[in-house]
Design a protein around this ligand. Structure first.
Ligand code: NDP
Length: 330
């Protein structure tokens, strides 16, 4: 089978040279194990962090080993009575390999009556749950408030914005192209959408948020966040979800110190990592699934076809080539 090996650790923006395609032999399937064939592979911005050899919430990827990530796979052979060939399963950390042998306990069966299989990597998976926990637990939304979300046209951002509308908020999205801005307003019900690549973002925010910003759901950090902070209201909340704008920086990112604003306006900023909320996943899926089914949360995916395209799809996240969840379909 083919696997994608981490051949080198990236410096700054990664490129194709850090990946290598290897042919490897599959081990024999032992009791309690499954042989799986990958069907949908998730590529996610957090994987960039795991490529560095630094301490974080998940251990760094090992050099000369297969990369790994969330994937939906089909059972080919089962030595666990709970699984049968043909079952579709979700694993949060499956290797980037065409086929794999894993302990059955590391995957869960998915219910494709609830939603298409790929949705378990997006709106009903890691990114949808991130939106749910971040907005509800940390954002603590109250109807009538103003929510600004960065990375608004991505997997997490699209769900945050629509959840915000569902909860009666004024929702303003920030994204990086005119097509995305148009889509957020015309197809996803955002009240306003702003392009951070054109014009003065701070002035655009002032205009789009006449009553200031009560919740800033931060997916990107960097200059975008610097532009939002001056518009925060007293007792505003910042669910600190992602910092994709600075994941590739080789030097520490510098900017205006936001602490005096947070201090004097009594702002709560809280980082969170969805993997630390496993006991909430079932509740989150129960909350989101009916909204998805009823069309109150619409979801889009950018599919890239072919196992060999996984590295390119991953790299494309950093140039905004995806709308909604980036998925590699095999
Ligand atoms: P997205 O689907 O949003 O894809 C990434 C998007 O980020 C791109 O499409 C691009 O959109 C935008 N982007 C890329 N580079 C920059 C930049 N330099 N400045 C501003 N925007 C940029 O990814 P996800 O929804 O999966 O993740 C969104 C964020 O949430 C990431 O930072 C991720 O690390 C984080 N995250 C955190 C989790 C947690 O547990 N805390 C869990 C899941 C995700 P555009 O065209 O608008 O620039």
């Amino acid at each position: 089978v083919k696997q994608i090996t981490l051949a080198a650790r990236p410096k700054g923006m990664p490129d194709m040279s850090i990946f290598r395609f290897d042919d490897v032999a599959l081990p024999e399937v032992k009791t309690g194990e499954l042989q799986l064939k990958g069907r949908y592979y998730s590529v996610d911005p957090y994987m960039r962090g795991r490529m560095n050899d630094v301490k974080s919430y998940s251990p760094p990827f090992k050099l000369e080993h297969a990369l790994e990530g969330g994937a939906v796979a089909e059972v080919v052979e089962s030595k666990d009575p709970a699984f049968a060939p043909g079952d579709l399963v979700l694993g949060p950390y499956l290797p980037w390999a065409t086929e794999m042998v894993v302990p059955a306990a590391t995957v869960k069966k998915i219910d494709t009556n609830l939603a298409p299989a790929s949705y378990f990597l997006g709106v009903l998976g890691m990114t949808g749950l991130t939106a749910y926990i971040g907005l509800l637990d940390i954002g603590k939304p109250k109807a009538g408030e103003t929510l600004v979300v960065s990375g608004a046209a991505g997997a997490v951002g699209l769900v945050v914005g629509q959840l915000g509308k569902h909860l009666g908020l004024r929702v303003v999205g920030i994204a990086g192209s005119e097509d995305k801005i148009k889509m957020l307003k015309e197809e996803y019900g955002f009240d306003e959408a702003l392009n951070y690549k054109t014009g003065d973002l701070s002035a655009q925010i002032a205009k789009a948020c006449p009553d200031g910003v009560d919740i800033y759901f931060d997916n990107v950090g960097g200059d975008v966040t610097d532009a939002v902070v001056p518009h925060l209201n007293f007792f505003a909340r910042i669910p600190l979800c992602g910092q994709i704008a600075i994941y590739n920086n080789e030097e520490p990112s510098v900017g205006p110190r936001i602490q005096p604003t947070l201090l004097t306006r009594s702002v709560l900023m809280q980082g969170f990592i969805i993997r630390n909320y496993p006991t909430r996943y079932a509740e989150g899926i129960q909350y989101l699934a009916p909204l998805v089914k009823a069309g109150k949360i619409k979801f889009t995916e950018t599919f890239v076809e072919g196992f060999e395209k996984i590295p390119e799809a991953f790299l494309a996240l950093f140039t905004g080539q995806n709308t909604g969840k980036m998925i590699v379909k095999v």
